[in-house]
Design a protein around this ligand. Structure first.
Ligand code: ITT
Length: 197
C-alpha cells in the first residue's frame, strides 16, 4: 500500500516515516514539485483536509492514498495560543526558533516560568475522493527556556506529563510512544488497513 505524505515539514516527515515503516511511504515532494498550500481553516482538522485535498488533486493519480498532518501547541496561560497558528506564531515565514522564542517571551511577560500545554495532531486521509480524519493529543507543560536538541519545533520547551525533561532532552523512542502524532497515527493505521485496496 503506497501512501503519499502531504507535508513539507522535515521534522514531521521524519517522524511519520519512522512510525509508518510497515507501509510504503513517500513525501509528496519526492513525487511532484512541492507547492505552497494556503492553510486558512480555523481548525487543525480543517487545515489537514485542505493540505490532503491540495496534494490529492495535484498528484492526479486516482489510486493515490494521501495522508496529511496539521498540528500545533496550545498553551493554557496564553489562552490556547498559538494553536493552529503554531507554524507562523512569530509571523508569516517565521522559523521554528523565532516561534519558540516568541512563546518564551510571552510566558515571561506574564511572569511565568511554565504553563500547562498540549500538542494536537489532526491527520487527514484521502483515498478515491473519500475523506477521513483522526486526532491525537499529548499533554504536558511548556517552560521558559530551551533544553536539548532532539525533536523539532517546540520540543525543546515541552515537558510531557509525568516527565521532568523536555522532548529536546528525552529520547526519540519516548516521543514515539507518547506523541500526539503517534497517537493519531495509531487510529489512522486502522483506517488505512480498512481501505479497499
Ligand atoms: P506542513 O504544513 O507542510 O505539514 P508545517 O510546519 O506548516 O508543515 P503545520 O502547519 O501543521 O505544519 O504547523 C505545525 C507547527 O506546530 C510546526 O511548524 C511546529 O512548530 C509545531 N509542531 C507540530 N508538531 C510538533 C511536534 O511534534 N514537535 C514540535 N513542534 C511541533
Amino acid at each position: 500500500m503506497k501512501i503519499v505524505l502531504a507535508s513539507s515539514n522535515k521534522g514531521k516527515l521524519k517522524e511519520l516515516k519512522e512510525l509508518m515503516d510497515d507501509f510504503e511511504v513517500y513525501s509528496y515532494g519526492e513525487l511532484i514539485e512541492p507547492f505552497e498550500i494556503v492553510e486558512d481553516a480555523s481548525t487543525f482538522k480543517g487545515n489537514a483536509l485542505l493540505k490532503a485535498r491540495a496534494v490529492y488533486d495535484a498528484l492526479n493519480d486516482k489510486d493515490a492514498i494521501v495522508l496529511s498532518d496539521d498540528s500545533g501547541i496550545s498553551v493554557e496561560a496564553l489562552g490556547g495560543e498559538p494553536g493552529v497558528f503554531s507554524a507562523r506564531y512569530a509571523g508569516a515565514g517565521a522559523t521554528s526558533e523565532e516561534n519558540l522564542q516568541k512563546l518564551i517571551e510571552n510566558l515571561k511577560k506574564l511572569g511565568l516560568k511554565s504553563s500547562p500545554a498540549y500538542y494536537t495532531a489532526a491527520l487527514a486521509i484521502i483515498y478515491k475522493g473519500r475523506e477521513q480524519s483522526v486526532h491525537g493529543w499529548m499533554h504536558g507543560s511548556v517552560i521558559d527556556e530551551k533544553r536539548g536538541n532532539n525533536g523539532f519545533g517546540y520540543d525543546p520547551i515541552f515537558v510531557p506529563l509525568g516527565y521532568d525533561k523536555t522532548l529536546g532532552e528525552l529520547s526519540e523512542s519516548i516521543k514515539k510512544e507518547l506523541s500526539h502524532r503517534s497517537k493519531a497515527l495509531r487510529l489512522a493505521k486502522i483506517l488505512l488497513k480498512g481501505l479497499n485496496k
